[in-house]
Design a protein around this ligand. Structure first.
Ligand SMILES: Nc1nc2c(ncn2[C@@H]2O[C@H](COP(=O)(O)OP(=O)(O)OP(=O)(O)O)[C@@H](O)[C@H]2O)c(=O)[nH]1
Ligand SMILES: [Mg+2]
Length: 205
């Protein structure tokens, strides 16, 4: 059995639903109450990818509030994939995705110098007061080098597993083309397993 260890970032403005997304994906729960992330939170999820492959995902849920942005360079180190998220009822959170993608591309890259694969997720599509059109997301995603974009609702559990599958598929194919250059797991993630178990609090590294 081969086990792939993937460090994945989740970024986007505050209040767009990043922590909710991770909790839904890892634990299957949704909570209506907003609890701001401070710094970064870690979660781990194992996937049985095929008969012979397991994938161990390390999800780095990064605080979106402005005051934490100075720390991102440290958090991005060794990332192999990224979710960039916005809220379809907030045009400013959509505009910020450009900055999040640029921030990532400026501070981190794959060992071959290419950009880290990023998927763009349009969250809260259960809400009626949508202000960002599918057309503008489509153009933005294409122009900014995202591998894909998807509408999701963490609340309604819509497209959560699908979005992650899409990203993981892309990461695995990129990583297999990099194999000889690939950094060891210790380069990219927390040193101790115990530091990285599901939904541990802030800042282990
Ligand atoms: N209606 C609706 N609300 C959602 C959805 N996803 C998250 N929320 C709500 O949005 C609020 C913010 O969610 P969080 O997951 O804490 O946001 P965050 O992006 O982690 O915010 P920071 O930690 O500040 O960066 C919470 O009140 C959630 O319940 C969704 O799909 N639909
Ligand atoms: Mg959060």
């Amino acid at each position: 059995m081969t086990e792939h260890l993937l460090k994945i970032l989740v970024v986007g403005d505050g209040n767009v639903g990043k922590s909710s997304f991770v909790h839904r994906y890892v634990n299957g729960h949704f909570n209506q109450t907003y609890k701001m992330t401070v710094g970064v939170e870690f979660s781990v999820k194992m996937l049985q990818w095929s008969d012979k492959e397991k994938v161990r995902l390390q999800l780095w849920d990064i605080a979106g509030q402005e005051r934490f942005i100075s720390m991102t360079r440290i958090y991005y180190k060794g990332a192999m994939g990224c979710v960039v998220m916005f809220d379809v009822t907030s045009s400013s959170s959509f505009r910020s995705c450009r900055h999040w993608k640029q921030d990532l591309d400026n501070k981190a890259m794959l060992p071959n110098g290419e950009s880290i694969p990023c998927i763009l997720l349009a969250n809260k599509c259960d809400l009626p007061q949508r202000v960002v059109s599918a057309d503008s997301i489509d153009r933005f995603s294409e122009a900014n080098g995202f591998i894909a974009w998807m509408e999701i609702s963490v609340k309604d559990n819509k497209n959560i597993g699908e979005a992650m599958r899409r990203l993981v598929e892309n990461i695995l194919s990129v990583q297999s083309s990099l194999e000889p250059l690939q950094p060891g797991p210790e380069d990219s993630i927390c040193q101790l397993d115990s530091e990285c178990n599901s939904n541990r609090g802030e800042g282990c590294c």
